[in-house]
Write a protein that binds this ligand. Structure first.
Ligand SMILES: [Zn+2]
Length: 413
């Protein structure tokens, strides 16, 4: 259908499918690219060679898929899911969030431009997106390395690094961090919210976007051979833009081919998660293998939450450690406290959703690091787990949330 919309004839469409599907030449490796079955090449290639290329590519695809099945894909390679351990399913280790800079009021200009110091720390904590320096998390590799070592000492095993195209994903750095610290790091494929989409991304067809995401998982991303292990965080705004809808459809197509985990960043509206699920479902996505992030700032009403939970996605509370009075991305939202987040987890556990809950901090600014007086990547393990236990969530249920649920989600089908 996409090809037809691009004005291609039937014959052209069938040739292009051969080239562009995961079974096709594009995904068979760079050595095939000169012979990619583009319109200008198709009349130059004998049919037998086209068939040969496709069957070799199919073998390559089948081989890669067989290797992935039943495994988790980290930046260091395939991993037995039983070795993951406690997993934070939504974090950032190297990210640039300048896309979402919020200019401060004029009277706060001086403090917003000052280096982050103890005197202005509370201001930065309350206005994290109005300090430009605060948005450049990627500058803090050595602080992040130390924090990951502390995370490991606190009993952490793995981290899903949700930085996708558009917010400075840095795969070689992630690989080095994994080597240095022993923390299993799973990298994200795909695209963040519309404001970060390049003109090139906006022009892509769903098929092209699908191919790129599949390739980021099967072959590596950003010109490296480091492979992503999840699709996401796939960003959506509210209302969902046309470019984001294309990316969502491509995500569903890639997931149906790969059997891989998907993680979504919904817009800030209570109906946004349901709308995303509808688009994914219509495009053939597997909702049972999809995480809906940021529910803590999105759905507040218990009834609405249960209605959404029935759709079958994982339910992620991933802003632990974030407490601010005025949430600048939507001032009508009262950002909950950690105590209120634990209350929501307790509610969902009582309602029988202990197999669907995931938790994380979504660290994406400098002030969240302990170097800058923040809570760091170990906050949930050190502070939130005891609180969960004190509020009636059992150790067995905590283990499901931290170990079993991430493991099941991250394992390729
Ligand atoms: Zn995130």
């Amino acid at each position: 259908m996409e090809g037809a919309r691009d004005g291609q004839g039937k014959d052209q469409l069938s040739v292009n499918r051969c080239a562009l599907q995961p079974s096709g030449a594009y995904l068979a490796g760079k050595s095939y690219r000169p012979l990619q079955l583009l319109p200008q090449n198709r009349n130059k290639l004998p049919i037998s060679l086209i068939q040969c290329l496709c069957s070799r590519a199919q073998e390559s695809f089948a081989g890669k898929m067989a290797a992935l099945s039943g495994k988790v894909q980290t930046v260091l390679g395939l991993l037995d899911p039983a070795l993951l351990g406690r997993t934070m399913t939504h974090e950032h280790l190297t990210m640039n969030f300048e896309c979402c800079y919020v200019p401060p009021p004029p009277e706060d200009k001086a403090v917003s431009e000052a280096p982050i110091e103890i005197q202005n720390l509370h201001w930065v904590q309350q206005n994290p997106y109005s300090s430009y320096e605060n948005l450049l998390l990627f500058q803090e590799i050595s602080a992040v390395r130390e924090e990951l070592q502390q995370y490991r000492q606190a009993g952490g095993g793995a981290i899903v690094e949700n930085t996708t195209t558009g917010i400075a994903r840095k795969l070689p750095e992630l690989k080095q961090l994994a080597k240095d610290t022993g923390v299993h790091i799973i990298a994200g494929a795909g695209y963040y919210v519309d404001v970060t989409h390049s003109d090139e991304t906006r022009k892509m067809t769903v098929e092209k976007l699908t191919d790129i995401m599949v390739s980021e998982v099967l072959h590596g991303a950003d010109g490296t051979d480091i492979r992503c292990g999840v699709l996401g965080e796939i960003g959506t705004s509210w209302p969902i833009t046309e470019s984001e809808k294309k990316v969502l459809r491509a995500t569903a197509h890639a997931q149906s081919q790969l059997g891989c985990p998907v993680i979504i960043h919904p817009g800030r509206h209570p109906t946004a998660p349901t709308e995303v699920v509808r688009i994914l479902q219509e495009a053939g996505g597997d909702i049972s293998k999809t995480v809906m992030s940021h529910l803590d700032r999105t759905i507040f009403d218990h009834g609405e939450l249960l209605e959404f939970a029935k759709l079958g996605s994982y339910l992620e509370y991933d802003l632990f450690g974030t407490e601010m009075l005025n949430y600048p991305f939507n001032l009508r939202i009262d950002m909950p406290s950690d105590s209120q987040r634990v209350q929501m987890l307790t509610f969902l556990v009582k309602e029988g959703y202990e197999d669907r809950i995931l938790v994380a901090h979504d660290i994406h600014t400098k002030n969240r690091l302990t170097k800058y007086g923040g809570h760091g990547y170990s906050h949930i393990l050190k502070n939130i787990v005891p609180k969960m236990l004190s509020r009636g969530i059992s150790q067995n249920q905590v283990d499901k949330i931290l170990i079993d649920n991430p493991k099941h989600w991250l394992t390729f089908k």
